[in-house]
Design a protein around this ligand. Structure first.
Ligand SMILES: [Zn+2]
Length: 345
């Protein structure tokens, strides 16, 4: 405990919520190489997020540049999931939406596992996108290769679900405890609900086996109706992440605190949403010791947030709106004791 009188700098957080520096477990920040990416600092550390996990923007061939040109120079702490395609997401833009997993010659588990072994301090898992436009009809094959790489390297897999060629049941059957499905609350086919809006039994079974649900809001990954139905049936996300990228950071996602606010509006408590962007992601992936906590003797990463009581309209990935009475806003961020984005005193 440090007394204010002994402090070099005092940040007045009266009326604010002080939490561990937020962890956004799903972003795309390989700016300049993966076309859907954005720069991390303006979108993450400026908004309460001290640590991010990039969701497969880099593959084995493009990872060294990610470390050199993004992870190194960024103020935000950036970690990576390695795309199972050696090209990462460099093949894919809105003008040229060619999925990185359409060509199986780019999907090499041995090369991926070798890259992870070389960069174990920064690569925390394997990412695989299973949507038809990314993986075609070979989703189960690329998933098998992603799992093979991850098992060899001893890290979890994050599988992006929805709109895939194969049934969710077959996808989940390849995953094991510690693996993650992202876009868990998306609308449409291939999601966690059946046609009647009931949570599929294979999803409950997967959760019981230790498979985690990540929100990964994104441009296609979050529907209010899906979330409302799932929550009403007792299914909560393990982690709330933004899937922030070039096609959603101007809306409907904006940032992680807006995504957290959406879950507040769905009835989760403040403690529940903060937990899902601090302690919980730190339990899912091997972030450095102390990320996501305010325990003594850990890195001094802190988010100062304000719970603003005022009418607000939130929009999901499908242009569906919900009115809410309050929202979280990021006021200031401290990373390793340094202040970012504090308001003028
Ligand atoms: Zn993503």
């Amino acid at each position: 405990m440090i007394q204010a009188s002994q402090a070099r700098e005092v940040l007045d957080a009266a009326g604010c919520v002080v939490t561990p520096g937020l962890i956004d477990m799903h972003v795309h920040v390989y700016d300049g190489v993966a076309p859907i990416s954005i720069p991390p600092d303006a979108n993450c550390i400026a908004k309460g997020v001290t640590t991010v996990l990039d969701g497969g923007s880099a593959g084995a061939h493009t990872y060294p540049g990610f470390e050199k040109y993004v992870i190194g120079p960024s103020e935000t702490r950036v970690y990576a999931l390695l795309n199972i395609s050696v090209a990462g997401q460099s093949t894919f833009s809105s003008e040229n939406p060619h999925g990185e997993l359409l060509d199986l010659n780019l999907v090499n588990p041995r090369v991926a596992a070798g890259t992870i072994a070389k960069h174990r301090d920064r690569i925390l898992g394997v990412k695989v996108r299973l949507t038809r436009n990314i993986a075609g009809d070979q989703d189960l094959e690329v998933l098998a290769r992603a799992c093979a790489a991850a098992r060899e390297a001893g890290v979890p897999v994050m599988a992006h679900i929805g709109g895939s060629h194969s049934a969710l049941k077959d996808i989940l059957s390849k995953l094991q405890a510690g693996d993650v499905i992202t876009h868990a609350f998306r609308a449409g086919e291939g999601g966690i609900l059946d046609d009647r809006g009931v949570v599929r039994p294979e999803v409950r079974e997967a959760m019981a086996r230790g498979i985690r649900l990540d929100v990964g809001h994104g441009a296609n990954g979050f529907g209010f109706a899906t979330a409302e139905r799932a929550l009403a049936q007792g299914i909560l996300p393990d982690v709330i992440s933004s899937d922030l990228h070039a096609y959603n950071y101007r809306g409907p996602v904006f940032d992680l605190v807006t995504t957290l606010s959406k879950f507040l509006s769905l009835g989760l408590t403040l403690e529940q949403v903060v937990d899902r962007a601090t302690r919980s992601p730190a339990n899912v992936f091997a972030f450095p010791e102390g990320a996501g906590t305010l325990a003594e003797d850990t890195i001094a990463d802190v988010a100062v947030l304000r719970l603003e009581e005022a009418p607000v309209t939130f929009v999901d990935s499908h242009a569906v709106e919900r009115r809410a009475a309050r929202r979280l806003r990021a006021v200031a961020t401290l990373k390793a004791g340094q202040i970012y984005g504090a308001p003028a005193a």
